[in-house]
Design a protein around this ligand. Structure first.
Ligand code: B12
Length: 221
């Protein structure tokens, strides 16, 4: 795997400031990045995700504390909120997506990025984050009637929860389009993936964008 030292200097600077918890510098580097390359997706994938994965590696190998990891995550979430206004286009479709995590999943940064990509593409997104019991999600989906439900799974031990959740959602909403993503799927065998049934599995924001574009082409604003 490519290490953070092989990444562009701006990414390395972002990462160093993230470890220090320096929100001001991180925010300013994010803006500098966008001034050079105005792609929010690249910023999310190449700067934020790369840095948080490296934070995870250092945390896993006891080179940083849990406090440093929490701070780094909070700084990134803060910047995502800050950039929101910049990402929403004037062209809007009458389409809704509910975005959430598998029950017992505590990782919400990736799915928050997913919500932002939908917004960038003119959809209305409803970001529920973590900690929503499936029974509550069912009520919310019934109320909101989204076109798509997007679910994130980061840790593999929550896979059984995902299967349970899908079973309930399918019996309640047989026609609802469900899309899935998250790191847990990169470690999952093809046989296991088959157990998910009729869902769309998307590994990153680039393929998510292509997927949304393929729907948007046939829509009127
Ligand atoms: C921050 C963090 C936490 C925070 C999360 C806080 C928060 N607000 O989100 C806290 C402290 C809660 C946490 C807890 C734990 N964590 Co943690 N955590 C991380 C860390 C450092 C960063 C996560 C992150 O934001 N990544 C950046 C985002 C952008 O990446 P992403 O989630 O992969 O999302 C991208 C794609 O996957 C995709 N995507 C994601 N979801 C979806 C959904 C759809 C629909 C689509 C289309 C795409 C998509 O889009 C994103 C952009 O490409 C990671 C390190 C890492 N490698 O990510 C570890 C990591 C995920 N955690 C890990 C572990 C083990 C845990 C704990 C079990 C630790 C413990 N012993 O308690 C608990 C689990 C708690 C639980 N029940 O879920 C492991 C998981 C290993 C695994 N896959 O099984 C990791 C990889 C760390 C490591 N190297 O060991 N963690």
């Amino acid at each position: 795997m490519e290490s953070i030292q092989d990444k562009p200097i701006l990414v390395q600077e972002f990462f160093q400031n993230l470890l220090k918890g320096n929100r001001y510098n991180c925010s300013s580097i994010a803006h500098q990045y966008l001034a050079k390359n105005p792609s929010i997706k690249d910023l999310y994938e190449e700067v934020f995700k790369v840095s948080l994965y490296e934070v995870g590696r250092l945390w896993e190998t006891n080179q940083i504390t849990v406090a440093t990891e929490h701070l780094a995550t909070a700084v990134v979430e803060g910047i995502l909120n800050e950039l929101f206004e910049q990402i929403v286009p004037k062209k809007r479709y009458n389409k809704k997506v509910v975005v959430t995590c598998v029950e017992n999943e505590k990782h919400q940064v990736g799915i928050k990025m997913v919500a932002d990509v939908f917004e960038m593409k003119g959809w209305e997104s409803f970001f529920l984050g973590t900690g929503i019991p499936t029974s509550e999600l069912v009520k919310y989906v019934r109320e909101t009637q989204p076109d798509i439900l997007a679910i994130s799974l980061s840790v593999y031990f929550n896979f059984a929860n995902l299967l349970k959740m899908l079973e309930i959602l399918r019996s309640e909403f047989p026609d609802l389009q469900i899309i899935l993503g998250g790191q847990a799927f990169s470690r999952t065998s093809d046989d296991t993936l088959l157990r998910l049934g009729n869902v769309v599995l998307l590994p990153d924001l680039y393929l998510l964008e292509k997927y949304i574009d393929s729907i948007n082409t046939n829509l009127k604003t």
